[in-house]
Design a protein around this ligand. Sequence first.
Ligand code: GRF
Length: 206
Amino acid sequence: KSIVILISGRGSNMEAIVRACAAEGWPARIAAVISNRPDAAGLAFAQSHGIATAVVDHKAFSGENRREAFDAELQRVIDGFAPDLLVLAGFMRILTPGFTAHYAQRMLNIHPSLLPAFTGLHTHARALEMGCKFVGATVHFVTAELDHGAIVAQAVVPVQAGDDEASLSARVLALEHRMYPAAVRWFVQGQLAIEGGLVRQTAGEN
Ligand code: GRF
């Protein structure tokens, strides 16, 4: 299977997936890492691991149809690598319905909250404001609606006294680095099916 990963910045989830793919001998390869920002730190990691990289800069698109035009160019570049799976890893762009339809059932995202709570930005700050006792992260298939789509995996951490946004996001990020590679691995091993809008996970070899 061929995987393309989209990033916008640090790329620590991308890094975790690249490392797990190599270390665990997945039946898959990371065909490319693509960023919408030329200065994304994660691009250097991908290049240093011999992975093809590309930049599709959203700032190059303006006007009324800029989102459609950006997504069309992004799709053209992605499909040049013929991916079986598209992985969003800290990719900070809202996607158009045409784009999400094109990759339906073969595009995953990780979101730093226990969906359906706290879609959108600043999830940890909002959870702290609400006095949440537990927070977490969700891996889900991507649909046209932001941070919706069939849930593949969730993981939970407790909120501790004195936590701030930084401490909480660090605790959740450590969890993301374990759960996202696991979810991608399930996909490339053919263990994920969507039935009636929900993910059904079938048994794998391990
Ligand atoms: C992660 O917290 C992820 O859940 C969210 O954006 C952040 C990306 O971090 N979607 P990184 O670029 O993978 O380090």
